[in-house]
Ligand binder design. Structure first.
Ligand SMILES: O=C(O)CCC(=O)C(=O)O
Ligand SMILES: [Fe+2]
Length: 354
């Protein structure tokens, strides 16, 4: 954009997208998997289910990202989650700190500004460097994490209020169902039996994360200080709901440039995480993404707040993730040692938190 052009006034109601979704992130119709009974054998697959699975895999094997449409999560359910999120982040820091995130083992509660910095260095295990970076330029965000509500677990959720519990738990469960549907489709697209991943995702060790990027001065977001540093996600897949402010970018592996993953109303952005990349010996790509300035959108000289909701899917914490045999060949030898999914996640989290 011409930097001398006057800033566009931001108005949530009449904001229209100034760009189209990038070609590397296709829109995939998921309706054939939004069914009560998922196919449990190849013979039960419809033509549409096979086609959808192939569309997903084509994208996951290149950019690692798709926009999911006809996903079955009602818009009012999503709107209500964003409303809950605004409500929570609108409280004072002191109030939010009462339910502070306290350990990688639990990975639940409020994460204040400056507590976490996502960085691509994390994948190389360079946690010490990230901690230094975090002091200089933390991610300009705050978050709230929630896991499975399991009374037998040593780790309990920290709800913003008793009234928020049913809504958060029900969303968590709904998205757990989406995880199962997505892993079924991925298995089909990979030519595996549709239930291949089911034994690994029995206990719902996923994380629901509400994210708030507060309003900042345009000068606060720079190349080194971002709303969210470039990183890959850790688990199997991530579902992301974003508001209409924008700023999310995804690496285009071919050009080496980041492209705008613009908000597309009514869709969920889905991306491959590192565990799924490991499972497939790099056939599916866990791709780098980051959150930068929204594009030419300013209100009162400030960049507007942005809200997003991520649902990070992980295998059960006791699951052993080993490269699937069919992805190991003479030309493409196994790149990964088996890992325990829980240990892997904890190691990644402890790299990025102060
Ligand atoms: O807020 C977003 O759009 C993306 C956040 C993200 O990538 C993450 O938290 O892993
Ligand atoms: Fe991410």
């Amino acid at each position: 954009m011409d930097s001398s052009a006057p800033p566009t006034l931001f108005n949530r109601d009449n904001f229209t997208l100034e760009t189209q979704p990038p070609k590397i992130i296709p829109i995939v119709d998921f309706s054939s998997y939004v069914v009560d009974s998922l196919p449990d054998s190849e013979s039960k697959l419809s033509t549409k289910q096979i086609q959808t699975a192939n569309n997903l895999i084509n994208a996951f094997a290149t950019s690692g990202f798709v926009y999911l449409t006809n996903h079955g999560v009602p818009q009012d359910v999503i709107d209500d989650m964003f409303a809950l999120s605004r409500d929570f982040f609108g409280k004072s820091v002191e109030e939010k700190e009462k339910i502070a995130w306290d350990s990688v083992e639990s990975n639940r509660g409020y994460v204040s500004l400056g507590k976490e910095k996502l960085s691509d260095l994390d994948k190389e295990g360079r946690g010490d460097e990230i901690k230094i970076l975090n002091e200089i330029s933390p991610d300009l965000k705050e978050a709230f994490d929630l896991g499975l509500d399991d009374p037998t677990s040593p780790y309990q959720n920290k709800y913003p209020s008793p009234a928020s519990k049913p809504q958060l738990d029900s969303f968590f469960e709904r998205m757990r169902g989406m995880h199962e549907k997505m892993m079924t489709a991925i298995a089909v697209g990979l030519g595996l039996t549709p239930t291949f991943f089911h034994p690994f995702i029995q206990r719902g060790g996923n994380t629901l994360r509400l994210l708030h990027y507060p309003p900042v001065l345009p000068t606060q977001i720079t190349d080194t200080s971002r709303r969210c540093g470039a990183h890959t996600d850790y688990g199997s897949v991530t579902f992301l709901f974003q508001d209409n402010v924008g700023g999310l970018e995804v690496l285009d592996n071919e050009s080496g440039a980041f492209v705008r993953a613009v908000p597309v109303p009514g869709t969920i952005l889905v991306n491959v995480g590192d565990i799924l990349q490991r499972w497939t010996n790099d056939y599916l790509k866990s791709n780098q993404h980051r959150v930068v300035k929204p594009y030419s959108v300013v209100s009162d000289g400030m960049l507007p707040a942005r809200y997003s909701i991520a649902y990070f899917c992980d295998p059960d914490s006791d699951a052993l993730v080993e490269t699937v045999g069919k992805f190991v060949t003479h030309e493409n030898p196994n790149k990964y040692q088996p890992v325990n999914a829980g240990e892997y996640l904890r190691a990644r989290l402890s790299n990025t938190y102060i």
